[in-house]
Design a protein around this ligand. Structure first.
Ligand SMILES: *Cc1c(COP(=O)(O)O)cnc(C)c1O
Length: 344
């Protein structure tokens, strides 16, 4: 068993020895000058995988989303976005700080915005109002416990966007989780948006980096914005090399993370204090409410930590994420720990 069962995120995994070897042996060059063959290979593999014309390797998902919003909008514009989305809540206001656009925040059903409501919130051209230029969708939806946004929902929103001549950006930090859980190919999800960001550094287990993909002129502009934000990197093949292995070898194993998350959710959802519908655990994220007569959330997290189990506190309660570092023994140990803490 691992000394620590680390459920804080799917970003806590370390590179495999194969990834370490690929880093050591990567063919590299100055990527700002267009010389790094490894990053070029990663970018074209990522573009092909998503069925997009071009892709850009970026240091983080946050930078990928920042570039997308900057590229698709102008000052005085408005962006339609879901209330619990990562871009709106967790990315330190780059919408206002970098792009100088205002968010139009919509509630949702488990992350899926109502297409009619989206359409009603697209502003008619007016001297008084911002111009709506972009809709952002998040799939899987992090703060909705890794919920998979249905393809049909995305299709309806894309049709509305096209009707009004505005763009759709997909924050697909965990898009491969959505695809593995639903059986819908990533290309199909990507087709329902103009641009896509996904993270190599989450369940796919690469140490660093995300991909932004879209049309060629969008990526050409994105490359300039990345440079302006300080994200132009030199012999970047050293960190891009494990990203290639992540795409080639790590997608199929996401189903193991999903199975383990489901197993844990089913085992703990009826325990005292835990508020969780295991049907809502569709991918690798478990978020549960916790109201217990003797224990508050920090107490529960401390008791778990004493048993070598790490989880995080979130506004809704507790968040646990399965990842490549969690095996079946970690799940058993964690179920036993919950039993022990909550049934004593
Ligand atoms: C993690 C995450 C991001 C940002 O990725 P970083 O690499 O941490 O900047 C964006 N969107 C969602 C939904 C995420 O979960």
């Amino acid at each position: 068993m691992n000394p620590i069962s680390d459920f804080r995120s799917d970003t806590v995994t370390k590179p495999t020895s194969e990834m370490r070897r690929a880093m050591a042996e990567a063919e590299v060059g100055d990527d700002v000058l267009g010389d790094d063959l490894t990053v070029q290979k990663l970018e074209s593999l990522a573009a092909d995988t998503l069925g997009k014309k071009a892709a850009l390797y970026v240091p983080s998902g946050t930078m990928g989303n920042s570039i997308a919003i900057k590229a698709w909008t102008r000052e005085l514009d408005e962006v339609i976005i879901e209330a619990r989305s990562h871009i709106y809540n967790m990315e330190s206001t780059h919408m206002t700080f970098i792009s100088r656009v205002s968010p139009r925040v919509l509630t949702s059903h488990r992350g899926a915005m109502d297409p009619g409501e989206v359409e009603n919130n697209i502003k008619k051209p007016s001297v008084h109002l911002p111009r709506t230029s972009l809709i952002c969708i998040e799939n899987t939806h992090n703060n909705w416990g890794g919920a998979v946004i249905p393809l049909e929902n995305m299709r309806s929103i894309k049709a509305i966007a096209e009707k009004h001549g505005i763009h759709v950006h997909l924050d697909g930090a965990r898009l491969f989780n959505a695809s593995v859980a639903s059986g819908v190919p990533v290309k199909e999800y990507a087709r329902m948006s103009d641009s896509v960001m996904f993270c190599l550094s989450k369940g796919l287990s690469a140490p660093i980096g995300s991909i932004l993909a879209g049309p060629q002129d969008f990526i050409d502009l994105g490359r300039r914005i990345r440079k302006a934000l300080g994200g132009g990197m030199r012999q970047v093949g050293v960190i891009a090399a494990p990203g290639i292995l992540a795409l080639q070898n790590m997608v199929s194993r996401l189903k193991e993370d999903h199975m383990r998350a489901k197993k844990l959710a089913l085992a703990i959802h009826k325990m005292p204090g835990i508020q969780l519908n295991p049907e809502f655990v569709e991918t690798d994220i478990i978020i549960f409410g916790f109201e217990h007569s003797d224990l508050a959330v920090p107490d529960l997290l401390n008791r778990l930590k004493q048993k070598g189990i790490l989880a995080l506190s979130v506004p809704q309660g507790v968040r646990m994420v399965t990842n490549r570092g969690i095996d079946d023994n970690d799940i058993e140990r964690t179920i036993n720990a919950f039993n022990n803490i909550l049934h004593s």
